[in-house]
Design a protein around this ligand. Structure first.
Ligand code: NAD
Length: 363
């Protein structure tokens, strides 16, 4: 089992990564002296698939232990579900000495994380990510939150866990579409990292997609290291952390323009393609590097829904979202692996160029 330490200003915690490591959960809770009044908040699919395993492992702990099942899906990241968790905690007489364990993808991690951040002004939290996206992204870095009035992640808190345990075994039951979602973020880290990691991801993309656990062990560990290095320097996204949004300005517009019929990770892959086109157009990224980098995201077949997009609508969507918040669009662009520029302005003609060229790949 690998251990990667994440350091923020106020907190230091380990991320454990490996195959079949769940059985270490009780030992770690004891060794790290965590509270033994535990609420396990579990995604309903994960509970369905792993109920017996998780309960057998946890039964070895002599502690107060309850399971709260959250219905799978983004709609559960709501104030209604959050209030149900508070009521459940109060009903079962949990106090400040509570440990919440979040077992699921980003939905359960964000929701249970925010419950932990706010119940009694904060109780302990452990993340047990079960999707590829949650292992490489959402369980790392301390962002927690819920959606509100159709606004995504609009209410939340930065709240760091006691530890994160990414057991690769969970990935064996993950649908292919969810593996693709996590792969979008891994491709992003390949650009943020260095040539070696880029080449590794480029050469092993197929192994990632077919869920080769040895390859995934390496790419998850590297991705966690990259994200943790960024979060260490800028926990609250005042500067450097913005590099993690590479491709995301375009991705959010694609997602909302398609009414969220595509998965976020797919939108990120398309968004990375657009960010590469824009970086090259603005002469930030050389033609030679562009040609090398663009091949990676283009290897993934994205949903047919992308061919319904048109550039005017996507462009208007990008601006209407921003204008409503009184801001301008600032792009995160790429000069080379590990060389990222933040807060870059672009003209309408430049953005149109990036959109047009991206959308051509889907027609
Ligand atoms: N906090 C952050 O920094 C951060 C970063 C990125 C994304 N997010 C959030 O994460 C959420 C998306 O997370 P996600 O992609 O993990 O989606 P998700 O949590 O909805 O999980 C995806 C699907 O996989 C199922 N599932 C989970 N584990 C499984 C397993 N082992 N086997 C089979 N099925 C399994 C779930 O039931 C669900 O149907 C979004 O709400 C997004 O806003 C947060």
């Amino acid at each position: 089992m690998k251990k990667i330490l994440i350091k923020t200003h106020q907190h230091k915690y380990p991320v454990f990564i490996g195959k079949s490591i769940q059985s270490n959960l009780p030992r770690l809770i004891i060794e790290m002296n965590l509270f033994n009044n535990i609420l396990f908040i579990v995604d309903s699919h994960v509970d369905h698939l792993y109920e017996k395993t998780l309960r057998t492992i946890m039964n070895s702990l002599k502690c107060k232990l309850n399971y709260y099942i959250v219905k799978s899906g983004e709609r559960s990241k709501s104030s209604t579900e959050l209030h149900r968790i508070y009521s459940y905690l109060l009903g079962k007489k949990y106090n400040r000495d509570t440990l919440i364990i979040a077992a699921g993808g980003g939905v359960v991690g964000d929701l249970a994380g925010y419950a932990a951040a706010t119940f009694m002004r904060g109780v302990q939290l452990v993340h047990l990510p079960t999707t590829l996206l949650a292992m490489v992204d959402s369980s790392i870095g301390g962002k927690t939150g819920i959606n509100f009035n159709k606004n995504k992640n609009i209410i939340g808190a930065f709240f760091q866990p006691e530890f994160v345990m990414a057991d690769l075994e969970f990935l064996k039951t993950l649908p292919k579409s969810e593996i693709i979602c996590g792969t979008g973020e891994i491709i992003k880290y390949a650009y943020l990292s260095n040539n070696d990691f880029f080449n590794y991801v480029n050469d092993n993309l197929n192994e990632i997609l077919i869920c080769n656990l040895t390859v995934l062990d390496k790419v998850i560990s590297e991705s966690v290291k990259i994200k943790s290095a960024v979060v260490k320097q800028d926990e609250k996204e005042t500067g450097l952390r913005k590099i993690l949004n590479l491709g995301h300005t375009f991705a959010h517009a694609y997602e909302s323009e398609l009414n969220f019929r595509i998965k976020h990770g797919e939108a990120v892959i398309a968004g990375l393609i657009s960010a590469l086109y824009l970086s090259n157009r603005l002469k930030i990224l050389s033609k030679e590097k562009f040609d090398r980098f663009i091949k990676l995201p283009l290897k993934i077949n994205l949903s047919a829904a992308f061919n319904k997009l048109n550039k005017e609508n996507v462009y208007n969507r990008m601006f209407s979202d921003k204008k409503s918040r009184g801001g301008r669009i600032k792009f995160v662009l790429l000069a080379d692996t590990g060389k990222i520029l933040i807060d870059v302005d672009a003209s309408k003609a430049d953005i149109y160029y990036a959109l047009e060229n991206t959308l051509e790949h889907f027609t």
